[in-house]
Design a binder for this molecule. Structure first.
Ligand SMILES: Cc1ncc(COP(=O)(O)O)c(C=O)c1O
Length: 399
């Protein structure tokens, strides 16, 4: 007889690493925007694996492409090419400012590569070995490797992990005057999320990103956009920098690009890549045919099914609905975001509301401790948004 949910939860609680605290649900399958647990309860998924499942769950095109790829080839290493990998390099380069792409497996790794790329560019191309400082934003999030937590401007992620990586510094997000002071002759790169995700869904102001671009140009520093969360259609543009018309030198991607299959990518211009030569960096799994086939399919479906338009329209519907709720529930004090990356500020009750929403069959999570985050699959329909708003209202009534 198969084990019950209670049995499995007990085993998980005994053997899971202690850094996670999963909800007491065991998911078994998904279909579009819906997730089903072992007991056939269904949940409207506005977490999407934390902004990962761009096409929702079990999308027929993605499932078919993966099935075909699994039957053909899973992995060969970067000592050889595969066609899906080459196709993805070309597509990403054609659809962004970049000329070349390095593949890895996660957002943190994509950022590690970006930092190494920036420092090496300064030392080997610009001939400025003293230009090593990497400036990041307070309240940012860049991942969990040592360099990525160092870049992450939130002390709670540093706790107990000293010594951190040398050469990082921080400046307040959206404060142009202070950023201008911090960017100087020693700055190798500035890293910024166009919309801070984990920090509470906080969009960068246009003027701030323009100031960063100008100050980087003035001092020969590189501008890195961490688009791990904002990239691949989430904000209604393929990449969020396109909403701002401010072009970085390096961009990192992960999350949505593989539609649920792990894949990270670091993109840059030829000028920047000139700093790397054979052997400068590597990843065993990065860009394997399974992950890149998934990404090619995600990008095709985004284009063919007009999912950028959908992200913009459904995002607007969601924001309007949340604003309407905020007029009736004073706990909601602000609604922010672009496309389908939406936050509703609600103070210290955010966690309680997320739990109550789950009990109403709506999955949302919190960001920045005080904000509800809505990052549903890009395929959501207007009925899904209506359902989510109704369930959220039911949750708020129970608060
Ligand atoms: C902006 C940003 N950068 C980097 C990361 C880290 O990505 P990963 O967990 O895939 O390493 C995240 C994850 O939430 C993120 O939101």
């Amino acid at each position: 007889m198969s084990q019950t949910t209670t049995d499995l939860l007990a085993i998980g609680a005994r053997h899971n690493s202690p850094n996670y605290a999963p909800a007491p649900i065991i998911f078994e399958r998904g279909e579009g925007v819906w997730l089903f647990d072992c007991e056939e309860n269904r949940y409207l998924d506005f977490v999407a694996g934390i902004a990962v499942c761009a096409l929702g769950h079990a999308h027929p095109r993605l499932t078919e492409a993966l099935r075909d790829q699994v039957e053909k080839l899973l992995h060969v290493s970067n000592m050889y090419y595969t066609a899906p990998q080459i196709e993805l390099m070309e597509t990403l380069s054609k659809r962004s400012f970049a000329d070349r792409v390095f593949f890895c497996n996660s957002g943190a790794e994509a950022n590690e590569a970006a930092f190494k790329l920036a420092r090496r560019y300064q030392s080997r191309v610009a001939n400025q070995p003293d230009k090593t400082k990497i400036l990041s934003m307070k309240a940012s999030f860049h991942g969990r490797t040592l360099a990525a937590i160092t870049a992450t401007g939130q002390p709670k992620y540093h706790d107990g992990f000293a010594p951190l990586v040398p050469g990082f510094d921080y400046t307040p997000f959206n404060d142009s005057a202070l950023a201008k002071e911090k960017i100087d002759a020693h700055t190798a790169a500035v890293v910024v999320e166009p919309i801070q995700g984990e920090g509470g869904v906080r969009p960068a102001e246009l003027e701030f990103l323009q100031t960063l671009r100008q100050a980087c140009d003035e001092h020969g520093a590189l501008l890195i956009f961490d688009e791990v969360q904002t990239g691949v259609g989430r904000t209604g543009a393929l990449f969020a920098y396109q909403n701002y018309d401010v072009t970085p030198d390096i961009m990192t991607l992960a999350k949505g690009i593989g539609g649920g299959v792990p894949l990270g990518a670091t993109l840059a211009t030829d000028k920047v890549w000139a700093g790397w030569k054979r052997g400068s960096h590597a990843s065993t799994f990065g860009g394997n045919p399974l992950a890149t086939r998934a990404a090619n399919t995600v990008l095709q479906v985004i284009e063919e099914d007009s999912l950028l338009d959908n992200a913009r329209d459904r995002g607007e519907q969601l924001r309007q609905g949340l604003l309407e709720l905020s007029s009736r529930f004073s706990v909601l004090t602000d609604v922010r975001g672009t496309g389908l990356m939406v936050g509703a500020q609600c103070g210290e009750r955010a966690g309680d509301i997320a739990v109550l929403a789950r009990e109403q069959g709506l999955l949302i999570n919190t960001a920045g401790g005080d904000t509800l985050r809505f990052v549903p699959p890009l395929v959501i329909t207007s009925e899904d948004v209506e359902q989510a708003l109704t369930r959220l209202e039911d949750a708020l009534l129970r608060l």
